[in-house]
Design a protein around this ligand. Structure first.
Ligand SMILES: C[S@@+](CC[C@H](N)C(=O)[O-])C[C@H]1O[C@@H](n2cnc3c(N)ncnc32)[C@H](O)[C@@H]1O
Length: 213
C-alpha cells in the first residue's frame, strides 16, 4: 500500500512540527512507537489536534482509544491547567505507561484514564465535551460517531484519525471489515446536518467535524 503522503513530504511535516518544541518525554514515546510499531498519530497530527482543540478553547476532551497517551499529550497541552482529558483504552498496561509518560511531561494532572471499552467510558461520563477524538479499532468507528456526535457541544469538534486508511477507502476492491467500517463512518459524518466536516489528508487522513446545530 502506497503511503497517502509522499515519504519525503511526511518527513518534512514531521521535522517542521518537531522544530516547534522539544520534549524528551515526547521523543521517548515516539522512539517506543518506532521500536514496537505502535500506531501513534505522530508529531504532525499531534500538533494538528492541539491546534484544533486550542482554536475552540477546548477545556473538556474525550479520547476514544488512547494507547499510552501520545495523542492525549497534545490535548492535555491544549486544555491548559484547568482543563481535562478523559482517556480510554482496553489495555491496562497502556494506562500505566500513559501515567508514567504524562507525569514526566507534567501533564498527568489534566488526565483521567479509564481502562475498558471506549464507548462504555464515554457513556459513564456526564455532560458534553468540547472535543471527542476517535482512534479505536476501525470496525468500531461508526458506533463511535453515533455515540460521540450526541455528546459534543455546539461549536465543539469531533476529530478522528485514519479516515483515509492509506487510500483504501477509495479502492472499491477493498471490502475488508475495517475499510467498510471507515467508509460507513465517513458517510455518516458527511450526511449529518448537525455538523460540517472536512478531511485533512495528513498522514492517514484526519476527520474534523464542527458541530453547528
Ligand atoms: C491507534 S491506537 C491509539 C493511539 C493513540 N490515539 C495515539 O495516537 O497515541 C488504538 C488504541 O485503542 C485501543 N482500543 C481499540 N479499540 C478499543 C475499544 N473499542 N475500546 C477501548 N480501547 C480500544 C487499543 O488498545 C489501542 O491502544
Amino acid at each position: 500500500m502506497e503511503p497517502l503522503v509522499a515519504p519525503e513530504l511526511d518527513t518534512y511535516l514531521l521535522d517542521l512540527a518537531a522544530q516547534q518544541h522539544s520534549d524528551a518525554v515526547l521523543e521517548e514515546m515516539e522512539a517506543r512507537a518506532r521500536e514496537q510499531n505502535f500506531p501513534i498519530v505522530g508529531r504532525a497530527v499531534g500538533r494538528f489536534l492541539e491546534v484544533h482543540a486550542r482554536s475552540i478553547s477546548a477545556r473538556r476532551v474525550m479520547e476514544l482509544g488512547s494507547g499510552y497517551g501520545y495523542s492525549a499529550y497534545w490535548f492535555a497541552r491544549a486544555v491548559g491547567e484547568v482543563g481535562s482529558v478523559v482517556c480510554t483504552d482496553s489495555d491496562a498496561g497502556n494506562a500505566r505507561d500513559a501515567e508514567r509518560y504524562l507525569t514526566g511531561a507534567a501533564l498527568w494532572e489534566r488526565v483521567r484514564y479509564r481502562v475498558g471499552d471506549a464507548l462504555a467510558g464515554l457513556a459513564a461520563e456526564d455532560g458534553e465535551f468540547d472535543v471527542v477524538y476517535c482512534d479505536v479499532d476501525k470496525v468500531g468507528y461508526p458506533d463511535c460517531w453515533r455515540a460521540a456526535s450526541d455528546r459534543i457541544r455546539m461549536g465543539g469538534l469531533y476529530l478522528c484519525d485514519n479516515v483515509l486508511w492509506s487510500g483504501r477507502v477509495a479502492q472499491t476492491a477493498d471490502q475488508s471489515d475495517s475499510t467498510e467500517a471507515i467508509r460507513e463512518h465517513n458517510r455518516l459524518v458527511a450526511a449529518d446536518r448537525r455538523y460540517i466536516s472536512s478531511i485533512a489528508p495528513l498522514r492517514d487522513g484526519v476527520m474534523v467535524a464542527l458541530r453547528i446545530s
